[in-house]
Design a protein. Structure first.
Length: 70
């Protein structure tokens, strides 16, 4: 037995997808770019934190500030 065929889906589905993509394509691109920037910023912040360099630099900056105030 042959499965039922739905030829109208071959025509309607691409049209609907085209409408959805054209309407939300800019939003999707902006969100994608924003998440890429956010991931880059988080990577730049977290990588030094993971290595400990950022914490050491922060401690030295605090010590310098305390020495300058006294």
């Amino acid at each position: 037995m042959e499965p039922p065929r739905y030829p109208h889906t071959l025509i309607v589905a691409p049209i609907v997808m085209n409408m959805i993509m054209s309407k939300y394509a800019l939003l999707i691109l902006v969100l994608h770019a924003w998440t890429a920037v956010l991931r880059l910023v988080l990577h730049m912040i977290m990588k030094p934190l993971a290595s400990g360099d950022y914490l050491i630099a922060l401690i030295f900056r605090l010590l310098d500030a305390l020495v300058e105030q006294s």
